[in-house]
Write a protein of this length. Structure first.
Length: 684
C-alpha cells in the first residue's frame, strides 16, 4: 500500500549492481529469473503447469490468471475489485432518493453536472469562455489583485502562491500555514533551467491543451502561440526567483504573520488571508526567497504575462470538466509519451466521477455519506484487535534483534508505543454549511461549481491552522488520504497508520467470514506493511512524535543501511520483459519491500502461538490478495513510477524469506523459490 504524499527520496545508483537478466534463455534461468511475470496480460497462457515450489505467485493464482477476461475498464485484480465495489456503493447512495442529507444533496448536484454528457455536450466549451473573458477584463495590477480574490471569476483560485497546512517540526502546538510557489506548466521551477524528459512532456501537454481549447473557442493558432509564449516567459521569471523546491523535511523555520507579510511587498497576501479567513493562523512557513522576490515580478510591466499565466492555468484545470470531446482529449493527454507501451486508459463512468470528485474539496461530502451508510462497528473492532496483535508482536521482533543496542531498541519501542492507528473513520464530520451548487436545471456548470468548492477548500485551512495541533487528527476533507480510497497509509512525519474503509470492500482483502489465517494473510498484511514503514529505510529517520530525527544511531545505523542496500540490490536490474525497463538501485523500492517482509514476519510470529495454524491458507491468502493483471504499458509505468515491487515479485520475494514457507511446501535447493539462508534479505 502507499504512504501518503510528501516523500523524501534518497537515490543510490551503482552500475555494478544493475545487471541485465534479459539475456538468459528460458532453459538457463533459475531462481527469480525463471519466474513468470504473471501480472502481465501477455503471459496468461504460461502459468498452467507451474509448481508452487518454483513460482508461488503463478501457481496459486493460475486458475484466476488463465480464466480472467481482461477488461481495460477493470476490475483486473483484488484492489480493482475494491475500487469497483466502492464505486457501486457510492452510486447506490446517489441514486437512492430515500436517503437525504446536506452532503448527499451536494454530491448529487455535482454528479448531475458531471455525469450528464448530453447536458455537458450541449454546453460544449462555452463555460470556459465566460471565465477567459473575466481575465481579459483585467487592465491594471489592481484588477489582477481583485481577480485573484474573486472566486466567482477565478474558479480554481489561481494566484502566484499556493497555500496548504501541515505539521512542522518547529511548532508543536499548531499546524503551519505554508506559503509556497504556485503550479508551473513544466511541473517545477527547476525545469525552466535544465528541462528533463518529464518537463518536456508537461510542456507539450500544456501546449496541446491550450491550442486545442483555443481553437474550439474560435481563436487563431497565432493567438494561442502568443499566449503560450507569454505564459512560459512569465513562469520563467517566477522560477528565476528561487529555482529550488523546498522539501517537506526542510520545513523547520516557523515565522510570524508579520514576517510573512513583510516579505510579500505589494503582492496582496494579506488580502488573501482576509478573504479566506486565514489571518488567525498562529504559525507560518514560507518559501521566503520566493516570497521576497515576488514583489519584483508582480508588476504592471508583467501584467500581460500574469494574465497569460491565469488563462493557461484556467484551461489546464478545466480540461476534464467540459464536454465529452474535451474529456476524451483530456484522457489522451494523460498518456505517458515516455512509455513505449503507453495507451489511453479506459475507465467506467463512475470511476471518472469519483476520481475527479475525490481530488477536490467537495470530496468530504461523498466520504461522509459513505461512512454514514457503511461504517461497521464490528469490523472496526476486528481491525483494532488485529492491529494490537501486530503491534505486540512487533515489540518482540525488535527486542530479538541482536544487532541493535539496548538504547536503539528503546527508541524503536517508544515509536511503537506512540504509534497511532486510525481505522476507517476520520476525526471530523463533513459540514459544508450553507454551500449550494447550481444544478443543471438551474443552468449551473462544473466551472461554476468549482468557484464554490475551491473557496471552501482554502477557507477550510483556517480551521486546520487555528485549532491546537493533534497529530492523530484525520481530516475528512483530505484529498491526500480520503478514507474511501483503496489503500492504507503510514505518515512518518506524524507516526500515524491509516486503515481506509475503501480497502475493505474487496472480498480478497477483508470479509467478516474469513478465518484468522486468511485475515492475517490479507488485511493483516496491509496493516503490518504500513506498521513496518515506521522502521524501513525512510521511517527510521523519524522519531516517535514524527520529528525528522533518526531513531537508530551509531554503528547500528550503518548495519541497517547495509541490510537495506541488500534488499535494493536484490531487485536492481530486474527486467520482467524486454523493453520494460528495469529496477534501479533505489531505496524507495527497498522501503516497500522491507515493509512487505516485516509484515509477514509479524504474522508468522503470531502464528507460532496458535495451535493448528493453517500456514497454507495464510500464504495463499497473501498471494490471492496481490493478484493482478496489467498491460505492458502498466508494468512499464509501475517500474518507473511506483515505489512498490510488481505484484508477483511482492508475493514471491516476500514469502521466500521465511522458513515457514519452505516447511509448508517442501521447498528445497534446486527449486526456483529456494533462496539460501545467507542470501535472504528480510531485516525484521
Amino acid at each position: 500500500m502507499n504512504t501518503i504524499p510528501k516523500k523524501l527520496v534518497s537515490l543510490f545508483v551503482t552500475g555494478a549492481l544493475c545487471l541485465s537478466f534479459a539475456s538468459c534463455s528460458a532453459s538457463e534461468k533459475t531462481g527469480k529469473d525463471a519466474w513468470i511475470a504473471s501480472d502481465l496480460l501477455d503471459n496468461q497462457a504460461l502459468v498452467g503447469n507451474t509448481r508452487l515450489q518454483d513460482d508461488y505467485a503463478s501457481a496459486v493464482n493460475a486458475d484466476w490468471i488463465m480464466n480472467h477476461t481482461y477488461d481495460p475498464k477493470g476490475p483486473n485484480g483484488s484492489s480493482d475489485d475494491s475500487k469497483l465495489n466502492v464505486d457501486i456503493q457510492k452510486r447506490a447512495l446517489l441514486d437512492d432518493t430515500s436517503k437525504t442529507s446536506k452532503n448527499l444533496e451536494l454530491a448529487r448536484a455535482y454528479d448531475g453536472l458531471f455525469s450528464d454528457w448530453d447536458y455537458r455536450d450541449s454546453l460544449g466549451v462555452e463555460p470556459l469562455r465566460k471565465y477567459l473573458n473575466f481575465i481579459d477584463d483585467i487592465k491594471t495590477l489592481d484588477d489582477a489583485k481583485s481577480y485573484m480574490l474573486d472566486n466567482s471569476k477565478n474558479p480554481f483560485a489561481v494566484s502566484l502562491v499556493s497555500l496548504s497546512a501541515s505539521k512542522n517540526d518547529g511548532a508543536d502546538d499548531h499546524e503551519c500555514l505554508n506559503i509556497k510557489q504556485p503550479e508551473y506548466s513544466l511541473g517545477s521551477p527547476t525545469e525552466y533551467y535544465s528541462i528533463s524528459d518529464k518537463g518536456l512532456q508537461e510542456r507539450d501537454r500544456t501546449k496541446s491543451t491550450v491550442n486545442y481549447l483555443m481553437e474550439r473557442l474560435g481563436y487563431t493558432d497565432k493567438q494561442a502561440n502568443t499566449l503560450l509564449k507569454e505564459c512560459f516567459a512569465f513562469e520563467t521569471k517566477l522560477a528565476d526567483i528561487n529555482p529550488q523546491e523546498i522539501k517537506y523535511e526542510d520545513y523547520e523555520l516557523v515565522i510570524t504573520k508579520d514576517e510573512v507579510l513583510g516579505r510579500a511587498g505589494n503582492y496582496p497576501l494579506n488580502d488573501m488571508f482576509d478573504h479566506y479567513g486565514l489571518g488567525g493562523a498562529l504559525r507560518y512557513h514560507a518559501d521566503l526567497d520566493y516570497l521576497s522576490g515576488l514583489d519584483s515580478v508582480f508588476t504592471e510591466k508583467n501584467l500581460e504575462g500574469i494574465k497569460a499565466y491565469f488563462k493557461v492555468r484556467l484551461m489546464v484545470n478545466s480540461l476534464c470538466l467540459l464536454d465529452e470531446e474535451t474529456f476524451t482529449f483530456y484522457r489522451e493527454m494523460q498518456v505517458d509519451r515516455m512509455n513505449p507501451f503507453g495507451e489511453i486508459s479506459e475507465g467506467r463512468q463512475d470511476r471518472y466521477l469519483f476520481h475527479v470528485l475525490g481530488e477536490c474539496s467537495l470530496n468530504g461530502a461523498m466520504e461522509q455519506a459513505y461512512l454514514d451508510e457503511y461504517f461497521d462497528e464490528e469490523v472496526y473492532q476486528d481491525l483494532s484487535n488485529i492491529s494490537e496483535m501486530l503491534l505486540d508482536e512487533y515489540r518482540e521482533i525488535i527486542n530479538s534483534k541482536d544487532w541493535l543496542s539496548d538504547e536503539n531498541k528503546a527508541r524503536l519501542n517508544e515509536k511503537l508505543d506512540n504509534m497511532v492507528v486510525l481505522i476507517m473513520k476520520p476525526s471530523n464530520t463533513a459540514d459544508y454549511g450553507d454551500m449550494t451548487l447550481l444544478t443543471k436545471t438551474e443552468g449551473g456548470t462544473l466551472l461554476d461549481a468549482y468557484s464554490k468548492i475551491n473557496e471552501f477548500g482554502i477557507s477550510h485551512l483556517a480551521d486546520v491552522t487555528e485549532r491546537e495541533f493533534d497529530r492523530a487528527y484525520w481530516d475528512i476533507y483530505s484529498t491526500d488520504n480520503p478514507t474511501t480510497s483503496i489503500g492504507s497509509a503510514y505518515a512518518p512525519w506524524l507516526n500515524i497508520l491509516f486503515i481506509n474503509i475503501g480497502i475493505l470492500a474487496g472480498s480478497n482483502i477483508y470479509s467478516k467470514d474469513m478465518t484468522l489465517e486468511q485475515k492475517l494473510g490479507s488485511i493483516g498484511m496491509i496493516i503490518g506493511h504500513e506498521m513496518t514503514h515506521a522502521f524501513d529505510s525512510r521511517g527510521v529517520n523519524y522519531d516517535s512524535e514524527g520529528n525528522y530525527k533518526p531513531i537508530i544511531e551509531g554503528d547500528d545505523m550503518s548495519t541497517f543501511n547495509l541490510m537495506s542496500d541488500k534488499v535494493t540490490a536484490y531487485y536492481a536490474g530486474y527486467t520482467p520483459f524486454e523493453g520494460s525497463g528495469s529496477y534501479q538501485f533505489d531505496n524507495t523500492l527497498s522501503g516497500e519491500a522491507i515493509a512487505d517482509m516485516g509484515s509477514i514476519r509479524c504474522a508468522l510470529n503470531i502464528a507460532k502461538q496458535i495451535d493448528g495454524f493453517d500456514y497454507d491458507q495464510f500464504f495463499r491468502s497473501f498471494a490471492t490478495m496481490w493478484r493482478n493483471m496489467d498491460t505492458k504499458g502498466d508494468i512499464v509505468w509501475r517500474i518507473r513510477e511506483d515505489d512498490h515491487p510488481l505484484a508477483y515479485l511482492r508475493i514471491n520475494v516476500t514469502v521466500q524469506q521465511f522458513d515457514e514457507f519452505y516447511e509448508t511446501y517442501g521447498v528445497k535447493p534446486g527449486d526456483n523459490m529456494y533462496l539460501a539462508p545467507e542470501d535472504r534479505i528480510a531485516i525484521w
